[in-house]
Design a protein around this ligand. Sequence first.
Ligand code: 5GP
Ligand code: ZN
Length: 114
Amino acid sequence: MEDCLFCKISKGEIPSNKVYEDEEIMAFYDINPAAPIHILVIPKRHITSLAEIEKKDEVLIGKIYSVINQIAEEKGFKQEGFRVIVNCGKNGGQEVMHLHFHVLAGTKLGEKIV
Ligand code: 5GP
Ligand code: ZN
């Protein structure tokens, strides 16, 4: 999608500090980390938000969680634990309108809402 920040990052048009990439999924460090380790995992194909996920995306979403697990293993925070957050829409506080999974790790995370 034109003018989408994360589409541009997924195409390499905007540089990012890449953690993982395959044909469908990409992961890179958040520019403004909220934890010692803060990685964003995105589908390369533009999906606006969690609310836009369709039946055909089910395998892709499952694969994203598998990739998160793989990153946790490779980056060494799987054992200590981590948190995955998806902000959706206005009330969810989503700012970049391209589906992304925040992966937070490296400390005991505070401000637990649920
Ligand atoms: P949201 O608030 O939409 O759930 O999360 C958007 C995230 O994208 C924020 O944590 C923000 O720091 C991150 N972000 C915004 N612009 C950029 C950028 O240009 N590069 C990277 N790596 N992260 C970004
Ligand atoms: Zn996009």
